[in-house]
Write a protein that binds this ligand. Structure first.
Ligand SMILES: Cc1ncc(COP(=O)(O)O)c(C=O)c1O
Length: 380
């Protein structure tokens, strides 16, 4: 029986040398590699500033704080995401207002966002301060629409592009599509720093605040015991940054490898009728693949298929479970089944299959074969 993990970082000798190189210097934190990494990401994303931090979650948190979104404020966002994209709003005692997703792209539905905003008035409307739009699984959202809506309602535009490093919307890179974006570098991402994240923006004031808040609220002089504001220790260390720099040097190769794996899956899954492969909208000029999430036809017991795949040595996950149905969201906001029907329908049918740079054709064949078997056993 084959054993195939869900994801696997692609670490080469050069990456290891880069990290070991840092260990031979005095600078394990607050040194030149973080700056170098920031410069690489900033120029790649096409933004003026990049501020590296210790996770994507920290990046989002600093954005919420930096934009002054706090108690009483409301942020419109998606219930179909990794939970951090919504938790960052709660950290600052603001309220996430969920709107359902598009059935095909799995991204926030711009029509429904407009409808929601159109239904609000007075204080309810003035409380809405921002749109936090996620590029789900690396697929950019329809940003022209969200920019339009943002302008009309005077909202901040936050792009959670944690999963979308290298993706493009109409020729423009993810991360630069809103007022501020983030990338995340956990080992299942396109590139990794171990743990890590980064904020990318053209907003100078936001960049300045984020830089200070990641570093205990220190001022620009960096004086160790001068603290201008409430801050955190959200710094990325030099080891992670060195790994990130080394990985960024072959970002093209990495993205191409991932595209090849996605294409192989698509080709082989074409014969499995009950499976819908990821949809790519025409406005996506480049798709950077984060995970490979398929959808099963209604009437197949998805959880049993996952169980069967796992018993066959294939690691897979039901990406995602809706945020609004997580126990503490239900408790805090009274959300219940049926609130966001598209999200709920999709999340009952999705499976993230093993996906990483060096996934081999024979492994894909094994996954597809077992998937077919699992479906046959579990169709109603
Ligand atoms: C959409 C999205 N937002 C935020 C995050 C948080 O990033 P991290 O795990 O680095 O904190 C992730 C990461 O998994 C993510 O997928």
């Amino acid at each position: 029986m084959m054993q195939i993990p869900l994801s696997s970082p692609d670490i080469i000798e050069k990456d290891i040398e880069a990290v070991v190189g840092v260990m031979k210097t005095r600078y394990l934190s607050i040194g030149p590699r973080v700056v170098e990494f920031e410069n690489k990401i900033r120029s790649y994303a096409g933004t003026r500033y990049a501020i590296a931090v210790n996770s994507g979650t920290s990046a989002l948190h600093l954005i919420i704080r930096g934009l002054g979104i706090g108690e009483g404020a409301v942020v419109i966002t998606t219930p179909f995401s990794f939970i951090a994209s919504s938790n960052c709003i709660l950290f600052e005692r603001a309220k996430p207002l969920f709107v359902d997703i598009e059935e095909e792209t799995l991204n926030l539905d711009a029509d429904k966002v407009e409808e929601k905003l159109g239904s609000l008035s007075g204080e309810e409307l003035t409380k809405v301060k921002a749109l936090l739009v996620v590029d789900a699984f690396g697929h950019p959202a329809d940003w022209d629409r969200f920019r339009e809506i943002g302008k009309k309602y005077n909202l901040k535009l936050i792009e959670d592009s944690a999963e979308a490093l290298g993706s493009e919307y109409k020729g423009k890179r993810a991360g630069s599509l809103g007022e501020v974006g983030v990338f995340a570098f956990y080992p299942n991402k396109q590139i990794t720093t171990g743990e890590g994240g980064i904020i990318v923006t053209d907003n100078e004031e936001l960049a300045r605040l984020a830089r200070s808040m990641r570093n205990q609220g220190r001022g620009e002089s960096g004086e160790w015991l001068d603290h201008e504001r409430l801050g955190y220790n959200f710094r990325m260390d030099e080891l992670g940054a060195a790994l990130g720099c080394s990985q960024m040097e072959r970002i093209e190769e990495i993205l191409n490898k991932r595209t090849k794996v996605a294409e192989m899956y698509k080709e082989k899954l074409a014969e499995v009728e009950e499976v819908q492969v990821p949809y790519i909208a025409p406005y996506v000029s480049r798709m950077s693949w984060f995970v490979y999430v398929i959808r099963l036809e209604r009437g197949i017991n998805r959880d049993k298929v996952i169980e069967f795949l796992r018993e066959s040595g294939i690691e897979c996950k039901p990406y995602f479970t809706p945020i609004h149905l997580q126990p503490f969201y239900r408790k805090m906001f009274g959300y219940k089944e049926g609130d966001f029907p598209v999200t709920e329908d999709v999340t009952e049918r999705t499976i993230a299959l093993p996906f990483f740079n060096n996934l081999k054709e024979e492994q894909i064949d094994y996954v597809v074969g077992k998937l077919r078997e699992g479906i046959a056993k579990n169709s109603r």
